[in-house]
Design a binder for this molecule. Structure first.
Ligand SMILES: [Zn+2]
Length: 105
């Protein structure tokens, strides 16, 4: 006696690889305009007094702008006046100097 074994294939079920990827909030660099993980970028914040400062914690209140930790992006942002446009005010050279200091570290 021949036994026939019928195997039903469940190949319709696609086994998607479970890639572990934590979703990071994305922000756009004001220099290269590329979207990057927020934690890879340097945050510049304007507080309600209208003062611009670098926000190393990423949690300061105010309107923020983000830039890559990259001197080329900073130069691009300076040339295109991205910060001025973002914050709708003139940016003092001190802010740029501070950024230069942080980025070249
Ligand atoms: Zn950039």
């Amino acid at each position: 006696m021949i036994q026939t074994l019928i195997l039903k294939s469940n190949s319709n079920i696609q086994a998607k690889g479970s890639v572990i990827m934590k979703k990071q909030p994305q922000r756009t660099c004001i220099g290269c305009r590329e979207k990057k993980d927020k934690k890879e970028l340097i945050r510049i914040v304007k507080n309600k007094e209208g003062e611009i400062s670098l926000d190393r914690t990423g949690k300061a209140n105010g309107r923020g702008a983000y830039i890559c930790d990259n001197i080329e992006c900073l130069e691009k942002a300076i040339k295109s006046k991205a910060l001025e446009r973002n914050f709708e005010m003139s940016i003092s050279e001190d802010v740029y100097n501070e950024l230069r200091g942080v980025i070249s570290e």
